[in-house]
Ligand binder design. Structure first.
Ligand SMILES: Cc1cc2nc3c(=O)[nH]c(=O)nc-3n(C[C@H](O)[C@H](O)[C@H](O)COP(=O)(O)OP(=O)(O)OC[C@H]3O[C@@H](n4cnc5c(N)ncnc54)[C@H](O)[C@@H]3O)c2cc1C
Length: 434
């Protein structure tokens, strides 16, 4: 029984799906967004550290994230939100990438220079004036606390850091998704929550719609997979895996929340820290807390899981991340209570997202966000809508990749970089700093 016809259906109302919905709505598409959870952003988005940074190793990655920044700086304006609407807040605390020998900062700098992204080259003196509590000794390569070398006293020091003053974090990632959902709903985009897509229908290689868990059929010539860690299941459902050379796989992740001592006041004096030397990333949080996540160092096993994975914090991983944090910021201390979240990344083989069409006409993917695309949600929504519009108007994106011009900075974003058929990008860092 067919109940309704739409211009487009989006599967998933996380921060990515909600953003795509909003942008399609702005372009006049009549859309339906379906999510098996009870509201927007209840999936992996809700566990996000929501760090906003631009330190990507490829030009399109840097360009996209720098365009993305402007949305967070003007969030209410982007959403056309009414005065009084509770909005996700962007805290522009800055971010330092600690310099390791041959490290990540070297990949980033040429792109910063060519785009004109402001940065400061911090030496010992800069660290001393901004955060003297930070121990700049070289602890790496990262180790686990059970390694006898973990507590060795280093004799060398790191070279300094690359500070980007415009970086920051969004304090409530779920609220950000909710804001996008509300903005899209105000444009008459429909949402169905507590509803699962169970079948993707097609005829002659062209998408025709979806079937929902209760047997309802919805028609649309366009379906977008924004299902987060369920992306592979949805691609299998559609039969769209055929020409994809990059796979997506769910990966378990823990982020731990540690109170900052009052004297340190990390909420107001602190900034995000990318610390490959120690295998962690760090950011301040409201209520004078510190978030500490992992940069997937070689010594930590990766836990590939089911898309529906839910788990408890593991004592040994909590200890590893909190003790690594204490090596860098010894004043933090080790709290009695083990607090944090267990989330799931949707990891692409090269940790770069797939924003693309597929081999089935009308079926699009915004997947493989690999623990680093919260910050890009708004610009990804924009880019996906541009791509969908171009392809639906006859553009052959496979032969001639769509190039999007960023609406804020005018930066060129080559969507070919995010193709499903690419070979693994050798410049990718294969890990994340949030
Ligand atoms: C622990 C953690 C830390 C992170 N830290 C950062 C960070 O600091 N900075 C950053 O930029 N990024 C970060 N990320 C990544 C970022 O949060 C994600 O890239 C982003 O939130 C993914 O959003 P999404 O909308 O694609 O997925 P999700 O939020 O998972 O949404 C997908 C939705 O699809 C729905 N769905 C799935 N299957 C179906 C179906 N069959 N029918 C209906 N609905 C379905 C689900 O219910 C879900 O709500 C982090 C991620 C995690 C997990």
């Amino acid at each position: 029984m067919s109940t309704k016809t739409y211009d487009a259906i989006v599967i998933g109302s996380g921060v990515i799906g909600s953003s795509i919905t909003y942008e399609l709505g702005r372009r006049g598409f009549h859309t339906l967004t379906v999510d098996r959870h009870g509201g927007a952003g209840f999936g992996s988005t809700s566990f996000s550290s929501a760090i906003v940074r631009f330190t990507y190793s490829t030009y399109p990655g840097v360009a996209m994230s720098y365009e993305g920044l402007r949305y967070w700086e003007n969030w209410g304006e982007h959403l056309k939100a009414d005065r009084g609407t509770e909005l996700a807040k962007f805290s522009q605390c800055g971010m330092v990438t600690l310099k390791t020998t041959g490290g990540h900062h070297l990949k980033v700098l040429p792109h910063f220079d060519s785009i004109g992204i402001p940065y400061e080259d911090w030496d010992e003196e800069n660290f001393q004036s901004h955060l003297p509590e930070l121990d700049l000794r070289r602890f790496g390569p990262p180790k686990r606390p059970e390694d006898p070398g973990f507590w060795d006293e280093p004799t060398e020091r790191l070279e300094g850091g690359l500070f980007t003053p415009e970086a920051g974090y969004v304090s409530d990632p779920q609220l950000a998704a909710h804001n996008l959902h509300a903005a899209a709903a105000a444009l008459n985009c429909d949402f169905r929550f507590n509803t699962e897509v169970t079948v993707i229908t097609q005829h002659g290689g062209q998408i025709t719609g979806v079937e929902l868990g209760d047997g309802t059929l919805i028609s649309a010539p366009i379906v977008v997979n924004a299902a987060g860690p369920h992306s592979r299941i949805i691609n299998e459902m559609a039969g769209a895996l055929g020409d994809m050379s990059i796979a997506t796989t769910p990966l378990r992740q823990e982020v731990h929340h540690v109170p900052s001592p009052n004297e340190l006041d990390f909420e107001h004096r602190g900034f995000n820290i990318a610390d490959d030397d120690n295998g962690i990333y760090v950011r301040p949080d409201v209520g004078n807390n510190i978030l500490v996540g992992s940069t997937e160092p070689d010594c930590d096993p990766l836990h590939w899981v089911d898309a529906d994975h839910e788990g408890q914090i593991q004592a040994d991983q909590w200890e590893a991340q909190v003790l690594r944090l204490n090596r860098r910021l010894p004043d933090v201390g080790v709290p009695h209570q083990k607090r944090g979240v267990v989330g799931v990344y949707d990891v692409a083989d090269d940790w770069i997202p797939i924003y693309d069409r597929t081999c089935i006409d009308g079926f699009y993917v915004a997947i493989g966000t690999s623990g680093n695309q919260f910050k890009n949600a708004a610009i990804a929504g924009y880019c996906m809508s541009e791509l969908i519009t171009a392809v639906e108007n006859g553009h052959d994106h496979d032969a001639d990749p769509v190039e999007v011009t960023g609406p804020h900075m005018g930066l060129a974003i080559d969507m070919g970089n995010f193709r499903r058929t690419r070979t693994v990008n050798p410049n990718s860092s294969m890990s994340v700093h949030g």
